[in-house]
Design a protein around this ligand. Structure first.
Ligand SMILES: Cc1cc2nc3c(=O)[nH]c(=O)nc-3n(C[C@H](O)[C@H](O)[C@H](O)COP(=O)(O)OP(=O)(O)OC[C@H]3O[C@@H](n4cnc5c(N)ncnc54)[C@H](O)[C@@H]3O)c2cc1C
Length: 285
């Protein structure tokens, strides 16, 4: 099948891209890495009237910008850069760990971090990392200027986000993870597939236990699932065995994975126990 006809606009600047989005509203789609959008067009799951290609906008690409507390990733940061970029390795270890789990090298070379956040697939690695770490998305529109949305408020339903049709994610900012422990586990049918179940975690290891804990499951709900009660439980633990026991007790009580086409709810619940135990070990030790 071929894509339905569409008009192609190459954005020359952020302002030009935003003006085009404003002019066409829900009829327009941003084209970033194309790794989700182009298959959807080819299958006619999506048939926008206009594609706004942002790949030549210099202000949306480049290296991460590191400030005192945050690392800002521009919209066109590719998945592959999360593996190779020295600032990501130094300051965003969770993303550095997660990136090799995203698809395959060819897709990682094209696909963008912000494109993945925009799609918001509930089995996707990066939205879960953004929620776990407390990232924030920088959105711009022609009509309303800039607004900042915490990742924990960005996902509102199954592949539905707070990004309006006339908005562009121009960057995502992650809190610096220097000195934090991070853990990442994923179980997929084959390497490179979306997760059956995964878990992204960050925490600070203090004198006796953990603080600032963020644990987010993916592949178990209609969006990334921040496991707040598990985070609170393990922050009361003094030892890793206590932390695992408390985490599993809260997990049994509070987490009920949804089945999908590839895996039943009970099977996901079983996988979730093992990824949780491993991530808690990573954070504690
Ligand atoms: C075979 C295959 C396997 C894959 N496996 C995985 C996987 O295991 N894990 C995973 O997470 N992903 C996977 N992907 C998807 C891949 O990560 C995509 O790159 C990503 O989901 C979308 O990023 P993109 O830059 O390609 O966006 P595009 O495909 O260009 O765009 C996707 C959507 O996001 C919107 N969008 C893009 N950028 C912005 C922006 N800056 N602001 C607002 N809206 C924007 C577009 O308008 C479009 O609606 C896979 C893809 C393929 C083809």
């Amino acid at each position: 099948m071929k894509a339905a006809p569409f008009r192609y606009v190459r954005a020359e600047s952020i302002a030009h891209g935003l003006e085009t989005l404003a002019a066409y509203g829900d009829e327009a789609r941003i084209l970033a890495g194309g790794q989700s959008l182009l298959p959807a067009l080819a299958l006619r799951l999506s048939a926008p009237a206009v594609l706004v290609d942002i790949n030549r906008v210099a202000a949306l690409s480049g290296e991460p910008q590191v400030s005192d507390d945050w690392v800002r990733l521009p919209a066109l940061m590719r998945h592959a850069q999360l593996i190779t970029s020295p600032p990501v390795r130094a300051h965003l270890s969770l993303l550095h760990r997660a990136a090799p789990w995203i698809a395959h090298p060819g897709i990682r070379n094209q696909g963008t971090v912000c494109g993945s956040l925009a799609v918001g697939d509930p089995a996707s690695e990066l939205p879960a990392c953004a929620v776990a770490a407390g990232a924030r998305l920088i959105l711009q529109s022609h009509a309303r200027g800039t607004r900042v949305v915490p990742a924990r408020e960005f996902y509102v339903g199954l592949m539905q986000t707070a990004c309006a049709p006339d908005e562009m994610i121009v960057a995502v900012e992650f809190p610096r993870m220097d000195g934090l422990r991070t853990g990442f586990r994923e179980v997929a049918r084959r390497r490179g597939d979306y997760a059956m179940v995964g878990l992204a975690g960050v925490a600070r290891r203090g004198g006796r236990g953990l603080t600032q804990t963020g644990l987010t499951f993916f592949g178990i709900g209609d969006r990334p699932v921040l496991a707040s009660s598990i985070c609170a439980a393990i922050e009361t633990a003094d030892t890793v065995s206590q932390a695992v026991a408390l985490a599993l007790a809260a997990y049994e009580r509070d987490i009920t994975p949804n089945a999908d086409l590839w895996c039943s709810g009970p099977a996901k619940k079983h996988i979730g126990r093992s990824v949780l135990e491993e991530v808690v070990h990573d954070l504690f030790q």
